[in-house]
Ligand binder design. Structure first.
Ligand code: BGC
Length: 844
């Protein structure tokens, strides 16, 4: 998948062994660093060459008026785009007035690496200057996990064989509006069509509000966004050392220049051969919706004072310890597979980068690594990232859920605007308002409400955080349950509850009736809300009374939710024995994906008008198949197999959210080869740039899916309704797999080998259980338990065949009359019984 001369294998690092070995924009993404609050693309310190300069502060965005050529009531009005925060990465180097520019420099012994154990991006090489002098250049950059507002970097220059005049120009630059002195073209913002890219903002965004210098080495700039009125301040401070062979300190001249769009601190020194000049740079960012730039600048100063006292080396050490603890609870090991291991860790690294300090913000689809999708938050967080966080870093999962809860006000208003009850969360957003201009593939994805509830319940089942459930959780449950009741309806005989005019996860079939995924997830949502309220009634009467009072809730309403859930229409086609994706799906024309002549060009969304796509039986991403995974206890094995077999050939995988899900379900069905194939596609989606747009930022949802493929797919972990089971499917070519999940504060280590599963509580003070492992019920404690796993049959998916004309006519007839099809008895949604904190753990 990767050129190993350029990116050699290292289980803990991503390495670029040749300058320019990886395409520029892709490398900027792959080596990008973030703590979830500050994000920095891996642009070189010298500024050039860059495909897209990127420095991001989570939540810092500009708004713009969406001009709909044909307007309609309730369409999203305000676009939101993540913006380029002032760039503090620049530390330009000049030797005898010649600027270093890697693109045309003569460079020896080059290596750039990102180490997942300390989060430091390192670069070292020897530069043979145009004047023939050899200079060793070493640089480091780190965005701090412990200090949310801080990044630190260093540049070290060693004159190997000559005296030289050395100049280092350390800068903060407003790249959102200004251009740097090289007029770098912004290649990634090209004008060609790609809806996955961010909107380009043409008007000035960042208006300077404050500039300051302090001492000769500290500078601060502050700005306010023209429309969103958000403010941001960035400050830098420095520390230098010069070491000469004879110990004589040469004279260092420092110039400082601070303007509205840039701040510079320049160091000049005429140094003898053998001198080492080291410049350390401390950077702080603060941003706000309300606070003035001057106050933010003051906060930056406070932060800088503190971290300067700590010192760069100690900050690096602290980060290493922080990450050691992270890996202890989150690492997944594929035994003796260094290549895969490197890629697995890179993906897990993306998850922590995107989420750790997001705190009062969401987790953008691209993390903080690029401007793709405008920096928006989608359902990607809840379905793809939160399971990982809930089982490895639950406090980060809680923050992300709290952030959704914080949006409730806007979600209530949005539901009201669309004539619904309860809350409707935006399909894509930064500030809580719907930002999806194309409602068919946006607002109509109402499933976002149920996705949030799904993530909430998973978090609660994993942690037993009943307090959160009773406070924020009930708000989310009630508001979404009410929403579904007003969106869906009972048929005339009150036999079925149907939901019309929705879009499921598959964006190639929009505004359809009874999308299977949506109905199944809404059913889950309604059941979860009813179960929690009933449980509160008996076990937390005070909290129950309070919530009933606040929401004017009566049990008759809860009974309605239960009835709607029980009667939820689940489309099923007897003839094919499958769940149609929606009421119209089976009527559509098939489009053979593999036909080189008549088959479509990929990805479809870049080559065909939406209407061309919509009239075909073709899907962008797992939809029914995703439901089979998320709500797997509601489907029989036979149904799962039939559904998977039907949808697999129709799935383009044009969304990176698909392969990982297909891998999990394929693994469950015993389709070993498919499972591995889809896993590899998810694993390398960015590392091998499989979708061609890694330059726009990391596919964070896919990274979350990689973890899920390992833990749920091959690791066989399931947690329906907080009942934990492990039924692994180790690929033939793997010796073993080790993963960890933290449940109720206890860390469970699971090691899967060919014929055994070993489980142990490796951290925590109580036993866990009962857990069903390969059919055995066990209570797991500090002593490892080994369970023998029976041989598993491998299955082959059927060869693809097109249904003939007669078949199609019959199918169409059935699909036409959804009410005639008898819905399979969907098992009742899951819920908690008793206090989850008591029922799922057995004390030692
Ligand atoms: C997918 C969505 C996803 C979005 C952001 C789209 O291509 O179809 O499901 O939420 O990308 O990752």
């Amino acid at each position: 998948m990767m050129d190993r001369d350029v990116t050699p294998v290292d289980e803990w690092r991503l390495i670029e062994a040749k300058p320019g070995g990886i395409p520029l924009g892709v490398a900027e993404t792959l080596f990008a660093q973030s703590n979830g609050y500050i994000g920095m693309r891996a642009n070189p310190a010298e500024g050039r060459d860059s495909a897209e300069h990127g420095t991001f502060i989570n939540g810092l965005h500009e708004t713009w008026h969406i001009r709909h050529a044909e307007d309609a009531y309730g369409l999203a009005r305000e676009g939101q785009s993540i913006i380029n925060a002032p760039d503090s990465k620049a530390m330009r180097l000049y030797i005898d007035d010649e600027p270093l520019r890697l693109g045309n420099a003569e460079v020896l012994d080059y290596e750039r690496s990102l180490d997942f154990r300390d989060g430091i991006l390192r670069r070292r090489f020897t530069w043979r200057t145009p004047g023939g002098k050899n200079v060793r250049v070493t640089s480091e950059r780190m965005v701090s996990f412990q200090e949310k507002h801080v990044a630190v970097m260093s540049l070290e220059v060693e004159l190997l064989d000559s005296d030289a005049a050395v100049a280092i120009n350390s800068q903060i630059l407003n790249r959102q509006d200004g251009e740097d002195e090289y007029h770098d073209s912004d290649a990634a913002q090209g004008s060609e069509l790609d809806p996955r890219r961010a909107e380009t903002l043409h008007d000035r965004v960042l208006n300077p509000t404050f500039q300051a210098e302090s001492g000769s080495e500290r500078s601060t700039l502050a700005f306010r966004c023209a429309r969103s009125k958000m403010t941001v301040a960035c400050a830098m401070d420095h520390e230098y050392t010069v070491t000469t062979p004879d110990g004589e300190a040469p004279f260092i001249e420092i110039d400082q220049r601070t303007e509205q769009d840039s701040a510079q601190v320049l160091y000049h020194v005429n140094a003898p051969k053998g001198t080492v000049i080291r410049l350390e740079k401390f950077v702080s960012y603060h941003s706000s919706r309300h606070v003035r730039g001057e106050e933010l600048a003051f906060r930056c100063a406070r932060t800088l004072n503190r971290v300067r006292r700590i010192g760069l080396r100690t900050l690096q050490e602290n980060q290493k310890e922080w990450l050691e603890r992270f890996w202890d609870r989150s690492d997944v090991v594929i035994h003796n597979q260094p290549e895969l291991q490197q890629a697995v860790r890179w993906n897990i690294w993306q998850l922590i980068q995107a989420s750790a300090r997001a705190e009062f913000q969401g987790i953008p689809a691209k993390g903080m690594t690029g401007t793709g999708y405008g920096g928006h938050y989608f359902w990607d967080t809840e379905i793809y990232v939160l399971p990982f966080l809930s089982y490895t870093s639950p406090s980060f999962a809680r923050n992300a859920l709290r952030f959704r809860w914080d949006m409730l006000e806007a979600a209530w208003s949005r539901a009201d605007e669309l004539a619904h009850d309860g809350a409707l969360f935006p399909w894509r957003t930064i500030n809580g308002m719907e930002s999806s201009a194309y409602y068919a593939a946006g607002t109509a994805q109402y499933h976002i409400d149920a996705d949030i509830v799904y993530a909430l319940m998973k978090y609660v089942y994993a942690t037993g955080d009943v307090d959160f459930l009773l406070r924020e959780g009930t708000d989310l449950l009630l508001s979404t349950a009410r929403f579904w009741m007003s969106l869906g309806f009972f048929d005339a005989e009150r036999k079925e509850f149907q939901i019309h005019s929705v879009t499921g996860p598959d964006e190639y079939n929009t505004v359809v009736n009874n999308n299977l995924y949506t109905n199944v997830m809404a059913q889950y949502n309604l059941d979860a809300a009813a179960d929690v309220i009933r449980q509160m009634m008996t076990e937390r009467p005070e909290a129950f009374r309070e919530v009933c009072h606040r929401y004017n809730l009566e049990m008759a309403e809860v009974e309605e939710w239960e009835e709607a859930a029980a009667k939820m229409y689940i489309p099923f086609n007897e003839e094919l024995g499958i769940h149609p994706q929606d009421d119209q799906f089976l009527l559509r024309k098939r489009w053979n994906l593999d036909d080189p002549e008549a088959g479509p060009k990929r990805p479809l969304l870049l080559h065909y008008h939406p209407l061309t796509i919509y009239r075909h039986q073709i899907i962008k991403q797992a939809d029914v198949v995703l439901a089979l995974f998320l709500q797997g206890n509601k489907f029989t094995d036979e149904e799962k197999r039939a559904d998977y077999d039907y949808y697999d050939p129709l799935t383009t995988g044009d969304s990176s959210l698909s392969a990982v899900v297909q891998s999990i379900v394929a693994a469950e069905l015993g389709y070993g080869e498919k499972a591995i194939d889809f896993f590899i596609r998810g694993l390398y989606v960015d590392l091998a740039n499989l979708h061609g747009n890694a330059a726009d930022g990391v596919h964070v949802a896919s990274a979350g899916g990689v973890w899920q493929s390992l833990v749920y797919g091959f690791g066989g972990f399931r947690d329906y309704g907080g009942a934990f089971t492990i039924d692994p499917r180790l690929p033939d070519e793997w010796e073993g797999l080790t993963y960890r999940v933290t449940i109720y504060g206890c860390r469970l280590r699971v090691t899967v080998r060919r014929r055994t599963v070993e489980v142990v509580v490796e951290e925590g003070d109580h036993a866990l259980g009962p857990i069903h492992i390969a059919g055995h019920e066990v209570i797991v404690g500090a002593e490892p338990i080994t369970i023998v796993v029976g041989e598993r049959p491998e299955h082959e998916p059927p060869a693809e065949s097109e249904p003939d004309e007669e078949d199609l006519a019959r199918i169409a007839e059935q699909a036409d009359s959804p009410s005639d099809a008898s819905p399979p008895a969907a098992p009742k949604g899951t819920g908690m019984q008793g206090d989850p904190a008591e029922s799922k753990t057995a004390k030692k």
